[in-house]
Design a protein around this ligand. Structure first.
Ligand code: GDP
Ligand code: GDP
Length: 435
């Protein structure tokens, strides 16, 4: 598992600028559904022979909160879960009392913290640096996220603090499945049930520590790995702080998963927390099966069953590619369908198209419903490539890249999905200019 580095700081200090510079990826556009946040929350960073996961905690927290309490929340979250915290302040602004408070909190937490003073673009700003010693966090790391100044020294320091990458040995074989969901939806019941069934062979990987978190299992002669099961079993921790424990666990597990089983509670419908996890899954571009658990309590009447599914439908627009499976871990109803469906989802997420076929299909799609004009100019699409699978990612070359409205983009994605036979795959579609 890669170490986690959390980036915290108030809005506008330059977190996203640094984040983008370090992860060196433009913001990924995900399958467009209204409500899906496009900002990525975490990204991989490699420096020398180290790799870590950078989390922009600015993506968390409730927007209606006062700014200061949001920063404090971030600090708590980061101090609790990250291996290292980067606390970023704006080197051109006066120090805010709240920031001092956050610094104090972080110092007491005992977590390694690096104080990053951003927007130090030149000697003129450097003169203000001594002021920042008031934070009591030394050394200072003055940087210019925008121009890349000081970023190398910062990274050198970051990797010095990170634990050495453990020699994990051979990872267990099989499709890597993350079982996610809020507390009490039945995750541990599910895991225990599938691990306990007779036809399963559970092997304890030799040499794993008490923190062994991945549970390999064989289902119908096929290997799987249920990842991060410890996070689910670690009850006390989750109870301490339901919300935060869940989000971090979800993020960690998601990063390592190939497919996700998201469990919901049939009676309760979709909650705010479920929507948040759905959002993560969509942003991460992972294949997902939605298991509507506790179906036994819904009752046998088809009216009630329909009502239960309708309650979920609205929110599930967020991730329209995920199939929905009512099930009951308690009675075993439809549990046997979970793994075959995950197989199919996994297969679709790995899809790679033949170029010729892809462009024949794309031409048909565009001809059937041409793109709308843009400021009196006609928009043309030339061809489509697939630079990546996992998830299937397409690039459409067009004369005006910024001209495609969301509705047309959705049309293209839906058509690709239908004609390529990928109903369950998250699909990414980017537009690129070509004269
Ligand atoms: P966030 O809200 O913390 O994610 O901040 P952003 O990354 O969105 O940056 C806020 C503003 O500060 C943007 O206008 C950036 O262009 C600007 N900014 C970021 N880094 C630097 C820097 O190193 N120098 C200067 N002068 N401006 C910066
Ligand atoms: P977790 O917190 O997501 O791991 O949830 P648990 O597996 O601990 O389950 C929470 C509660 O829901 C327990 O009391 C389970 O017995 C119950 N539960 C789990 N699955 C089902 C189900 O299919 N039907 C019913 N009626 N209860 C269930």
């Amino acid at each position: 598992m890669k170490p986690l580095v959390a980036l915290i700081g108030r809005t506008n200090v330059g977190k996203s600028t640094l984040f983008n510079r370090l992860t060196r990826q433009s913001r990924a556009l995900v399958d467009d559904q209204p409500g899906v946040t496009r900002d990525r929350l975490y990204g991989d960073v490699t420096w020398e022979d180290h790799a870590f996961l950078l989390i922009d905690t600015g993506g968390f927290g409730d927007t209606e909160d006062a700014l200061s309490s949001r920063v404090r929340q971030q600090a708590e979250l980061a101090a609790g879960e990250a291996d290292l915290v980067l606390f970023m302040v704006d080197g051109r602004q006066e120090i805010q009392p709240d920031d001092l408070e956050v610094a104090q909190y972080l110092r007491r937490s005992g977590k390694p913290v690096l104080l990053v003073i951003n927007k130090i673009d030149g000697p003129k700003q450097e003169t203000r640096l001594p002021e920042f010693y008031r934070f009591g966090l030394t050394p200072l790391f003055p940087i210019s996220a925008q121009h890349g100044l000081g970023v190398g020294s910062l990274l050198d320091a970051v990797v010095r603090y990170l634990p050495a990458a453990p020699d994990a040995g051979e990872p267990p074989e099989g499709i890597r499945v993350a079982v996610l969901g809020r507390p009490n939806v039945g995750k541990s019941s599910f895991i225990n049930r599938v691990l306990g069934e007779e036809r399963l062979i559970v092997s304890d990987t030799p040499g794993t520590t008490r923190d062994a978190i991945d549970a390999p299992l064989i289902w119908d002669n096929r290997p799987y790995v249920l990842i991060d099961t410890a996070g689910i079993r670690r009850r006390s921790r989750i109870h301490q702080n339901l919300e935060r424990g869940m989000i971090w666990q979800a993020l960690r597990a998601l990063q390592r998963a190939e497919v996700v089983l998201l469990l919901l509670d049939a009676q309760e419908g979709l909650t705010e927390q479920d929507l948040r996890i759905l959002n993560f899954i969509a942003v991460a571009g992972k294949g997902c099966l939605i298991g509507v658990n506790k179906w036994d309590v819904v009752g046998k009447d088809s009216q009630t069953q329909k009502a239960a599914l309708d309650r979920l439908n609205m929110g599930l627009q967020l991730i329209s590619y995920a199939p929905v499976l009512p099930l009951s871990v308690l009675t075993g109803y439809q549990v046997s369908k979970v793994f075959p469906l995950l197989d199919e989802i996994y297969r679709q997420c790995q899809f790679r198209a033949a170029t010729g076929e892809l462009n024949r299909i794309f031409a048909q799609i565009v001809a059937a419903h041409p793109p709308p004009r843009y400021r009196h100019r006609s928009v043309k699409f030339y061809y489509l490539t697939q630079p990546d699978s996992r998830p299937p990612t397409f690039v459409a070359f067009t004369n005006i890249p910024g001209a495609t409205p969301d509705s047309y983009r959705r049309y293209l994605i839906n058509q690709l999905r239908e004609r390529l036979g990928l109903p369950y795959a998250p699909i990414r579609l980017h537009f690129k200019g070509k004269k």
